[in-house]
Unconditional design. Structure first.
Length: 219
């Protein structure tokens, strides 16, 4: 598999888990990657021929067992590298994603296993996301997205989705894991959510709020 194919398989796996959906529509993939429908359909056909996914017209795509195993392998590699880059090389957490994206595609299983053991078999990466173990087991977090909260809720941030641009945006906003937010208002028409954290008030798009995960607690 080339890097582009690996990225597709990984994203389908992550979207399936996040949306709790057996199948992911191709237009959702096009929106995620910012590609044309034609480009996505060409990749879907290629991955289907390789036995990595199944495609059902009008319903979408689902990974085969081989595709799921490949996705878990890539996610494991990415998150282990994030831990190493952050903990051992002291690279800021908002900068490790891009380097981990490159390294995950070029790491053999035996090197990755050695790195995993060296780091003490970490359970989560620097952004709070679970790391699959080498038996293929992966914790499915029982959390909710910030976008699912309502006015008056109090939300504690425990996990951030790996996404280009998101980590730097959160750094610029001084938003970090364990921050506690009170939801002041939610504007579904304009796709905005207004929050209060400590003495700060901020407004985020619901697109960003869908990539921040945690739990609601009593005010």
């Amino acid at each position: 598999m080339n890097r582009s194919e690996e990225d597709y398989v990984k994203v389908i796996y992550e979207l399936s888990n996040r949306n709790k959906a057996e199948m992911i529509k191709t237009n959702v993939l096009a929106e995620h990657f910012g590609y044309t429908d034609q480009s996505v359909n060409e990749m879907v056909n290629r991955l289907q021929k390789k036995g990595l996914l199944d495609f059902v017209p009008y319903k979408g795509v689902a990974l085969t067992p081989s595709g799921e195993a490949e996705a878990i392998r890539m996610i494991r590699s990415h998150r282990i590298w994030e831990v190493f880059l952050s903990e051992k090389l002291h690279i800021p957490a908002n900068h490790v994603h891009e380097d981990a994206e490159m390294l995950e595609h070029a790491t053999s299983d035996h090197v990755l296993k050695a790195l995993y053991d060296f780091l003490g078999k970490p359970k989560r990466c620097q952004h709070g996301n679970p790391i699959p173990d080498f038996s293929g087991m992966v914790e499915i977090p029982e959390d909710i997205a910030l976008s699912d909260c309502d006015q008056g809720d109090v939300f504690i941030l425990e996990r951030i989705r790996d996404a280009d641009g998101l980590l730097q945006f959160l750094e610029d906003k001084s938003i970090r894991l364990s921050d506690r937010f009170e939801i002041h208002a939610k504007d579904t028409f304009n796709h905005l959510i207004e929050l209060k954290c400590d003495n700060r008030t901020m407004t985020l798009s619901l697109k960003t709020a869908r990539m921040l995960f945690g739990r609601c607690v009593s005010a």
